[in-house]
Design a protein around this ligand. Structure first.
Ligand code: NBP
Length: 479
């Protein structure tokens, strides 16, 4: 028997993806793992899948029909490089190697270039949805060549999540485009989670409601425009009671958030591209701050405000927080799409923004009702300069911005940290400002570094002779 697809790496993600390929996709699946016990276990536990196990890379290659297609699901980094070397050794020109791990997109660009020289196709594919998604349908963001998409497309469509009848997979763009978009997805996920956490914190401190009561609020929000997987699971987490203490679980979990690095990658990349992804950055920094127990302990006695959050009308306050959350969330997505646009320009990818929003509607962690609105916005105007300015989102800002301001003011007065809410609002006000104090910054730069400036009233580049008689001269722009 021959397999039409293979999976290398049978830890939790790889095993689940292999089972999905067999059960939902109806594929014949060859499987390989560095240590053979994992392969044996998977075959034994899932006879229904009809897996074709291989003990060596040679056997794995011999089991696959041509063009051979294999998905790597191993620990990102050196493990991925090691597996690619082995597959290149046993595969032939025209075959396809897919990396489904969480690779940094620049690694994917490097690998694609190196593998292409052997005549083999290399596809970096972002796969989102965790273990559950891998088994029942993830959102898949493949890059790579058009040629590989011909073979790979139908296979990936057979295992992807389905949203409103459409499989949540599209050929994102060449080489590292898929892993780039997956990285931005994770960045947005960081922002979304932080915003939800800030909303919870403000409601709890402002109204004294219990986590279980706040769970009901989130469940209610999940029936409206905020409907999303993250809002849904937030209600579940808040409702959970700790078995050993009887306390709400959220109260016994140590308040130090971990991170695996994809949020930081997004921010580092955005800094390189010059894109202000401030909501995502604040979310990454908020996790970093939470995980500094020594600094937090040392600062615990620093003075705070005299007032506490005094909410006279809890229902109105909760509604304000809901609107602040929605407005901030729009900013986070708008910034994430700005980063996609800038990345596409920098790396020469033809990325269809509306299609990206469409494949995020199912399977992945940020799946949400409002992604349809994003797809519509880019369909109506493919050259949209900022998502937040599209009519639907501009209307949403008009509707929510006053509540958003009330929430940020209340949080600041009561000393409740809300970095993502407040930085998103500052970004929004920065975008819409008629004049920015960037003019003064330009003046400062010209003063100490002769960096020159432009004028609003005539063309050219200018410099003031700050250490001389302070007259202005026309300068040659060397910057
Ligand atoms: P792990 O990231 O824990 O990796 C374990 C697998 O890598 C095992 O199969 C292991 O083989 C194999 N491996 C390693 Br480590 N080094 C190897 C090498 N040099 N040669 C061959 N195989 C090697 O597995 P996972 O948690 O299933 O994640 C797989 C990928 O999916 C990762 O890139 C991860 O970042 C990504 N991921 C994505 C999501 C998501 O939501 N999208 C969630 C979790 C993970 P062994 O059994 O012989 O040690």
């Amino acid at each position: 028997a021959q397999a039409n697809i293979g999976v290398v790496g049978l830890a939790v993600m790889g095993s689940n993806l292999a089972r999905n390929l067999a059960s939902r996709g109806g594929n014949t699946v060859a499987i390989f793992n560095r240590s053979y016990e994992k392969t044996e276990t998977l075959v034994d536990e899932h006879p229904e899948a009809g897996f074709l196990p291989a003990k060596t890379y040679e056997e794995f290659a011999a089991t696959l029909s041509k063009p051979r297609t294999a998905i790597i699901m191993v620990k990102a980094g050196a493990g991925t490089d090691a597996v690619i070397d082995e597959l290149v050794r046993v595969f032939e020109p025209g075959d396809i190697i897919v990396d489904g791990g969480n690779a940094l997109f620049t690694d994917t660009i490097r690998r694609e270039k190196a593998v292409r020289e052997t005549g083999i196709n290399f596809v970096g594919a972002g796969i989102s949805g965790g273990e559950e998604g891998a088994l029942n349908g993830p959102s898949i963001m493949p890059g790579g060549s058009d040629e590989s998409w011909v073979t790979l497309g139908p296979i990936l469509k057979s295992i992807a999540a389905v949203a409103e009848g459409e499989p949540c997979v599209t050929h994102v763009g060449h080489d590292g485009a898929g892993h780039f978009v997956k990285m931005i997805h994770n960045g947005i996920e960081y922002a979304d989670m932080q915003l939800i956490a800030e909303a919870y914190d403000l409601i709890r401190k402002g109204t004294g409601k219990t986590p279980a009561e706040i769970a009901d609020i989130f469940a209610e929000w999940n029936r409206g425009e905020l409907e999303s997987y993250l809002i849904e699971i937030t209600a579940e987490v808040l409702r959970q009671v700790d078995a050993s203490t009887g306390a709400p679980l959220v109260d016994v979990i140590l308040d130090q958030a971990g991170a695996k690095g994809t949020g930081a990658w997004t921010v580092q990349t955005a800094l390189d591209l010059g894109v202000p992804v401030s909501g995502i950055a604040e979310a990454v920094f908020a996790r970093s701050l939470s995980s500094k127990p020594a600094q937090r302990a040392a600062a615990a006695d620093l003075p705070g405000p005299d007032e506490t959050l005094d909410v006279s009308d809890p229902e109105a306050f909760v509604e304000d927080v809901r609107q602040a959350l929605y407005a901030s969330k729009i900013i986070a997505y708008s910034q994430g799409f700005d980063a996609i646009v800038a990345g596409a320009e920098q790396y020469g990818w033809d990325i269809k923004k509306g299609d990206i929003a469409a494949i995020w509607r199912g399977g992945c962690i940020i799946r949400a009702q409002f992604l349809n609105r994003i797809t519509e916005a880019y369909a109506a105007d493919p050259g949209l300069v900022a998502l937040v300015t599209a009519p639907y989102f501009a209307d949403a800002m008009a509707r929510t911005q006053q509540a958003w301001r009330r929430v940020v003011v209340a949080a600041a007065r009561a000393g409740i940290p809300s970095p993502a809410f407040s930085s998103s609002l500052a970004y929004y006000d920065g975008l819409r400002a008629d004049r920015l104090p960037a003019a003064l910054v330009q003046g400062q730069r010209d003063f100490f570094g002769a960096h020159t400036y432009k004028r609003i009233d005539r063309d050219g580049t200018f410099h003031t002779l700050w250490s001389g008689d302070r007259t202005e001269i026309e300068a040659v722009d060397t910057h």
